[in-house]
Design a protein around this ligand. Structure first.
Ligand code: NAD
Length: 507
């Protein structure tokens, strides 16, 4: 322990808001408890008090939820109504997220340890995605081919895929389900959602509000609180699930894909981990790059798939760049997520905190130089890690290759653009990357050479719902957001029309 970085506490009036909520799963339009009567609870990592109690759903509830989604797909109004009607419900859903934003942000802040002010911003981002998906609902259309000869006309129509299972992680609960669910709904699908057992609150609240406030028919969205095994595992192998969209770790993503293949070969979409580099050339706007590096690695305590957890700095500027980074990292306000000034809150849970600390230990053992941080903060619950920076990191070190998912930055250096691209691409992941240079040739050549789903030039973790998001290689499969996001949840059906008499095969 050390006391170099100050801990910012929250004031008593903020702490007085901490209360435990009791939730129900949502199946077939009803609030349900687990048939076993079992529940599990969530303690706020920042305060170590119970903030949520949830039904522990198992195989029975999972099968019931899939049956409800199947019934709603095969017999219910949702897939059959006009796109305009679906658009209206999805747009109303965006409004209800805004209406509940303050309460739901508090739920997320308490469950996850993220700063409340940030959670509140995320509610606005989530609502914006529902608005975008509402707009897409009326633009799902097929193609016609009228040039296939006098007697042939072809149509490609888009149909909803069916029952989709959506499995989400704990780091951005409402935001990540919002990258999937409104697009599945826009396509006319029905869904079973399994949020992380650590942060189930807002997804359960959303399901109830979708039906009771936005007018979504019963059974279209079902939400199960419970653990990866059995709930997520059962969804992955379920014969009546037509598609599974998973966001989480690469290891679990592989097991989801394997179960999907071994069962009914359901469609799989995966959003997985990253080891995202920011590459800084000597002609960069250094002020802007310094700030974006800090934001990139410390946003959401580094518990972010897009975390800019490694930077490559040109060797001629590296020493001074690191000096300035360290000075700024020490000024970051770490502390109680309910303090409005805090930028860095609590780590999600003790087990994950130990994983981050073990990465820090390994980095030191492998010869990286600890420039700042690296320790637990003195705090009421011991779940805060100092903003940490390692310099002298070599591409083969564990800290340069594995996802830490914590507030830990690795600084590597490079001589020229070719070497930078080699280092950038020499990891298993390829989610995102950035390049900093004022020279258009340098910036675009670098952007072309990086094998990543998103490359930013002179910015980081920036964008819009119009832009697709997803990973190369072991960072994922498929894309979310963008104009084709709803098409991911459709099948293409080819219809061939023959005009006039047909010449017989058998004379
Ligand atoms: P995780 O893989 O442990 O869990 C994700 C979800 O899968 C949870 O709901 C969990 O209960 C469920 N799950 C666990 N075991 C399962 C199984 N056997 N079958 C089916 N489902 C199972 O991930 P996490 O710790 O919640 O989240 C952190 C990870 O998520 C990081 O690796 C991060 O990079 C990744 N992530 C990726 C993106 C992206 O868009 N690429 C976004 C956020 C997080």
């Amino acid at each position: 322990m050390n006391d170099k970085v100050i801990f910012y506490a929250a004031d008593p009036s903020a702490l007085a808001q901490i209360k435990s909520k009791t939730y129900r799963a949502r199946i077939g339009g009803k609030d349900v408890e687990a048939a076993s009567g079992k529940t599990f609870e969530r303690r706020s990592p920042a305060h170590d008090v119970v903030v949520g109690v949830y039904p522990e759903c198992g195989l029975v509830e999972t099968d019931n939820a899939v049956a409800a989604a199947k019934q709603a797909f095969e017999k219910g109004p949702w897939p059959r109504m006009s796109a305009a009607e679906r658009e209206a419900v999805i747009r109303k859903s965006a409004q209800l997220i805004r209406a509940h934003a303050k309460d739901w942000a508090l739920v997320e802040s308490l469950e996850s340890g993220k700063p409340y002010a940030q959670a509140l911003e995320e509610m606005g981002w989530a609502a914006g995605i529902w608005d975008y998906a509402a707009g897409l609902a009326r633009h799902i259309h097929g193609e016609t081919y009228n040039q296939l000869g006098e007697q042939t006309m072809g149509l490609v129509v888009r149909e909803p895929l069916g029952v989709v299972a959506l499995i989400t992680p704990w780091n951005f609960p409402l935001l990540i389900v919002s990258q999937k669910l409104p697009f599945a709904l826009a396509a006319g699908c029905t869904a079973v959602v399994k949020p992380s057992e650590l942060t189930s609150g807002t997804t359960l609240l959303l399901a109830k509000a979708l039906e009771e406030e936005a007018g979504l028919p019963a059974g279209v969205v079902n939400v199960l609180s419970g653990f990866g095994n059995p709930v997520g595992a059962r969804l992955s192998e379920h014969p009546d699930v037509d598609m599974i969209s998973f966001t989480g770790s690469t290891g679990v993503g592989k097991s989801v894909a394997a179960s999907a293949a071994a069962s009914n070969l359901k469609k799989v979409a995966l959003e997985l981990g990253g080891k995202n580099p920011q590459v800084i050339f000597p002609d960069a706007d250094i002020e802007a790059a310094l700030d974006a590096v800090l934001f990139g690695v410390y946003f959401n305590m580094g518990e972010c798939c897009n975390s800019g957890s490694r930077i490559l700095v040109h060797e001629t500027i590296a020493e001074d760049f690191v000096k300035q980074l360290v000075a700024r990292a020490k000024k970051i306000k770490v502390g109680d997520p309910l303090n409005p000034d805090v930028k860095l809150g609590a780590i999600i849970e003790p087990k994950h905190k130990l994983k981050i600390l073990s990465h820090i230990e390994t980095a030191q053992k492998e010869g990286a130089k600890l420039e700042t941080g690296g320790q637990l903060m003195k705090s009421p619950c011991g779940c805060y890690i100092e903003p940490t920076i390692f310099s002298g990191v070599k591409p083969q070190m564990t800290i340069a290759r594995e996802e830490v998912f914590g507030p830990v930055l690795s600084v590597l250096t490079f001589k020229d653009a070719d070497e930078a691209a080699r280092i950038v691409n020499d990891v298993a992941y390829g989610l995102s990357a950035s390049v900093w240079s004022k020279d258009v040739d340098t910036a675009f050549k670098a952007a072309r050479s990086f094998r990543a789903g998103t490359v930013w030039i002179n910015t980081f973790m920036d964008g819009a719902n119009e832009l697709p998001f997803g990973g190369y290689r072991q960072s994922g499969l498929g894309r979310e957001l963008g104009k084709d996001a709803a098409l991911e949840y459709t099948e293409a059906k080819t219809i061939v029309l023959h005009l006039g008499g047909r010449s017989p095969w058998l004379n």
